[in-house]
Design a protein around this ligand. Structure first.
Ligand SMILES: [Zn+2]
Ligand SMILES: [Zn+2]
Length: 493
């Protein structure tokens, strides 16, 4: 099924994934806050990316650079001159529009043919009374629009106490430049050999004029970027090294999204046409995802050649080269850049995990998150909260498991309701403690020391000794099969 954006937005708010920023003040334009479950999900996503693409690879290292960089960085990168959108302003109401966006919205029209009545006319259509097309401001319907002017998307601020041109600084619009600027530092300090990559995850800022679609496009966002440097003179499997590694990264990134739950039918590769390519890019491929808003870019993987290092060498006056020991020559490496957005990836994983199904005549909403992504791994639910021994045992289990995973305790509703709540936030496993677990000392009945684990996806149960829980969850949460646990520890009922 395809989930709508409204459904996701409402679930995210209701269950503490994503809130509008500064909501009590009416919200800040296209800024969002991650709530208690959202931050867990986002941290998991970033940790998996770091583990799989940095930590586990011998050819990768990471950095964490400052958001405020030397203004010359943005001159060299081209952002100061080219990171712009053409904008038009209304002379009357002062609203600003992207020039190519003015006719993609309904427009306000005071129609002379109907004594100046006010109409709202669908985007791009003429007035049905007088036949006029939009020429004035689409919002107020009165003001003339200025000629298009270039508007830079970087957030500008000032360093130090004086607000003057010389102290202008920018919030970085991408994390990538820090990898180029630190190329020499990283190369020398880590004694690296080509090919190698530098990764960074962190915040970036873009003063988007038409942001929107929830966390798909926001003004403040997080990126996970890699700059993978290769020797353009090398060949791998008979192909130029940069082309070989470009394809490798495309395949690795696709495999990564699939591994953590994005479905094949919702992913596709999109090759940039010649007219779309930046002048320095040899080839760019996007991984598109079928978001609730339609097919859109999930991430891009570009072969940026030696453009960035050469630009920074030119503007800084430093040599940014690599000494090729074999050929006894200095070379400017080519770079392959797999660039992805954390918020966008999170939205894709949310959308793909969402399912509604009918269970015994009732609607069940479930987020089928991969266990490693799930914000809460295990929920501990006491079957009777009036039995002190049950509650105590449940808390004890929570405390023990919480040393390794995010584990919650909940006794605020009946068990059926508690299961549904955990399903809706994607908790893969629930543990219930019942009378059988602890026994009944008054009747002289001993407990069996076992608890029931319930699997989110199959809703099957297993009966597992409390002592075995850490081992069982270690297997399950790192990708082990539920079927094995279910057959090893069958539920008695
Ligand atoms: Zn106006
Ligand atoms: Zn009209």
């Amino acid at each position: 099924m395809t989930v709508t954006m409204d459904t996701l937005v409402s679930l995210c708010k209701r269950r503490g994934f994503v809130f509008q920023s500064s909501e009590i003040y009416g919200g800040t334009g296209s800024c969002y806050d991650y709530g208690p479950l959202g931050v867990e999900l986002k941290n998991n996503l970033k940790r998996l990316w770091w583990r799989d693409f940095v930590q586990s690879r011998p050819d990768m290292v990471g950095i964490d650079a400052s958001i405020l960089m030397h203004p010359s960085v943005w001159k060299a990168s081209g952002h100061l001159d080219n990171f712009t959108d053409p904008m038009v302003d209304c002379r009357e109401c002062k609203l600003r529009f992207r020039a190519d966006d003015v006719d993609t919205r309904p427009w306000t029209h005071y129609c002379a043919a109907t004594k100046g009545n006010r109409f709202t006319i669908p985007a791009g259509e003429p007035c049905s009374h007088c036949g006029a097309r939009r020429t004035l401001c689409p919002d107020c319907g009165k003001g003339e629009l200025t000629a298009p002017r270039q508007f830079n998307l970087m957030f500008k601020t000032f360093m130090g106490p004086v607000e003057e041109e010389a102290s202008v600084a920018y919030l970085r619009p991408e994390t990538a430049q820090a990898m180029f600027v630190n190329f020499e530092n990283v190369l020398q300090s880590m004694r690296l050999k080509l090919p190698f990559g530098i990764a960074q995850a962190g915040r970036s800022f873009r003063n988007e004029i038409t942001p929107g679609n929830f966390i798909f496009r926001t003004r403040e966002f997080e990126q996970m970027e890699i700059e993978y440097f290769v020797n353009p003179r090398d060949t791998v499997e008979g192909r130029p090294a940069d082309e070989y590694w470009h394809d490798r990264w495309i395949a690795d990134c696709m495999a990564w999204f699939r591994r953590y739950g994005l479905r094949e039918e919702n992913l596709r590769l999109r090759e940039h046409g010649q007219d779309e390519l930046s002048h320095y890019s040899k080839r760019t491929v996007d991984i598109d995802y079928r978001f609730p808003i339609g097919w859109s870019e999930l991430m891009g993987i570009a072969n940026r050649t030696d453009f960035d290092l050469k630009q920074h060498a030119k503007f800084s006056g430093k040599s940014l080269t690599y000494f090729d020991e074999e050929r006894k020559e200095h070379v400017v490496p080519y770079v392959v850049e797999p660039a992805s957005g954390v918020d966008r990836a999170l939205l894709a994983f949310l959308a793909d995990a969402y399912a509604e199904e009918e269970v015994r005549g009732e609607k069940r909403v479930v987020l089928r998150f991969h266990p490693e992504l799930a914000p809460v791994k295990v929920a501990i639910l006491p079957l009777l909260k009036k039995r002190e021994e049950i509650v105590k045992t449940a808390h004890g289990i929570r405390d023990a498991l919480a040393k390794q995973w995010r584990v919650v305790y909940d006794d605020t509703a009946a068990i059926g309701r508690l299961y549904r709540r955990q399903d809706e936030v994607g908790t893969p496993y629930c543990v219930t403690v019942d009378v059988q677990t602890i026994g009944d000392s008054e009747k002289g009945e001993a407990g069996d020391g076992k608890v029931t684990i319930r699997d989110r996806d199959s809703m099957e149960q297993a009966r597992v000794p409390i002592d075995a829980l850490p081992g069982v969850f270690h297997d399950l949460l790192s990708g082990g099969a539920w079927a094995q646990v279910a057959s090893r520890y069958p539920a008695t009922t």
